[in-house]
Design a protein around this ligand. Structure first.
Ligand SMILES: [Zn+2]
Length: 430
């Protein structure tokens, strides 16, 4: 007889964005949810094979989805690519990435997408090892190298080395539509689930944030390949020019979008392009530039951001404070919780820092949570089986001591994440 688990009494946030359900019942049979609703309205199975878990006082949530981390990075800028590019080979990078994936999983993120970590496509090996059960980890999606032009963002090695590119970095240097096309094919041949493209500089790469590096033809060539392979495209874009180029090229996810405006966001909403604003990263760079990094984080990593990054960082966060929520509200663009963990003080395991930053900028916790549930599942192409607690979906479930709708920071507190379940199997209890 199949084992049945009944979770009853807790407040259910089902991940669809609707009202929370008090005194809820969630029934798990095998790997799936088979009944969900309010107590009294759901048939509760009985029998020797039924285990009832009292969730009174707890919040019940679907397994969360983190749409953007960097498993190759520790959250310390600018030497944040591991402990220095070139010094780590891909095998060492792979082994260092394992706990960086397990950390969010232990906090309720049962699906994690890499935003691109390069280094010989180790993400693919890691993803497959987890799938086989050789390594414990979340459901993992691999992205591979950042496609970037000569001198573009994503190549954190000295210029003499970066000229032709090496395996031990996150960027893949490509110039001209043919090279962009070939590199895109190479990513998929190596087994990546996504394609990462770079059209702008970043807060942490020197140069003008608003300049867009590749031509539209180059970007389009790579996007066309991805579409042909049925894969989605991330685009790292900062200023308006880069974002408009990414929209025109038909990418699926725009990362950062520092300094974008309502026109950009409205076009994104029209084309169903998701936005990963990486608000925590932006805020944390502002902390660094204004000497406000909280003591507890400084103890973990020194503040190493270079002075030339100050101006852009301050400008970007001030713009966020002023415009972010207005842009989101007026455009209807779908905002993801892609924390960019591994970037400056966005710490692996504290991925929900991103939700906190969304809320700090005006989103309600309910709006912010869509970015790691419903919208995240859509953007990862897994919304038919994950992202919400609904009958027929895979039983990824999280029990939280506290209610993120009242205090979103509860999702950063390890002792509050009482249970994490993946496909019906309990993987964490506290
Ligand atoms: Zn990123």
């Amino acid at each position: 007889m199949e084992k049945i688990k009944v979770f009853q009494g807790g407040t259910l946030i089902d991940g669809t964005g609707g009202d929370p359900i008090e005194d809820s019942v969630v029934v798990v049979e095998g790997s799936k949810f088979t009944a969900v609703g309010k107590k009294g309205e759901v048939n509760i199975p009985k029998g020797d094979n039924v285990e009832v878990v009292d969730t009174t006082g707890l919040t019940v949530m679907p397994g969360l989805i983190e749409t953007h981390i960097h498993s190759c990075m520790v959250p310390c800028a600018p030497n944040h690519f591991g402990t220095g590019p070139v010094t780590l080979n891909k095998l060492e990078m792979l082994t260092r990435a394992i706990p960086r994936l397990q950390a969010p999983m232990k906090m309720g993120f049962t699906t994690v997408r890499d935003g691109g970590s390069g280094w010989g496509w180790y993400e693919v090996a890691l993803r497959d090892a987890i799938k086989r059960g050789d390594i414990e980890g979340p459901r993992f999606q691999a992205t591979g190298y950042h496609l970037t032009v000569t001198g573009g963002h994503g190549v954190f090695v000295p210029y003499n080395v970066a000229r032709h590119g090496i395996e031990e970095m996150a960027g893949y240097i490509v110039d001209g539509p043919d090279e962009w096309r070939q590199a895109a094919r190479l990513q998929f041949w190596n087994g990546t689930d996504y394609l990462k493209t770079v059209v702008s500089r970043d807060l942490i790469s020197p140069g003008d944030l608003t300049i867009s590096s590749p031509t539209l033809e180059e970007l389009k060539a790579a996007v066309e390949v991805a579409k042909a392979y049925g894969k989605k495209v991330f685009c790292h874009a900062s200023g308006k020019e880069g974002v408009m180029k990414a929209i025109e090229a038909d990418v699926d996810i725009i990362v950062h979008g520092f300094l974008i405006d309502e026109e950009c966001a409205t076009l994104m909403a029209e084309k169903n392009i998701y936005w990963e604003p990486t608000n925590a990263y932006c805020r944390n760079m502002y902390w660094c530039a204004t000497d406000q990094v909280p003591e507890k984080f400084l103890k973990m990593y020194p503040n190493l951001i270079p002075e030339w990054a100050y101006e852009n960082s301050i400008k970007a966060w001030e713009d966020r404070v002023k415009n972010f929520y207005k842009i989101v509200k007026n455009s209807g663009v779908k905002v993801l919780m892609g924390s960019d963990a591994g970037c400056t003080y966005v710490i692996h395991g504290l991925n929900a820092m991103e939700l906190e930053a969304h809320v700090q900028l005006g989103m309600s916790p309910r709006e912010a949570l869509l970015g790691c549930t419903k919208y995240a599942a859509e953007s990862c192409g897994i919304d038919d089986k994950l992202g919400s607690v609904e009958v027929g979906k895979l039983a990824d479930l999280v029990l939280v001591d506290g209610n993120p709708l009242d205090d979103i920071t509860v999702l950063q507190e390890e002792d509050k994440i009482k249970m994490v379940m993946m496909e019906g199997e309990v993987i964490v209890t506290r």
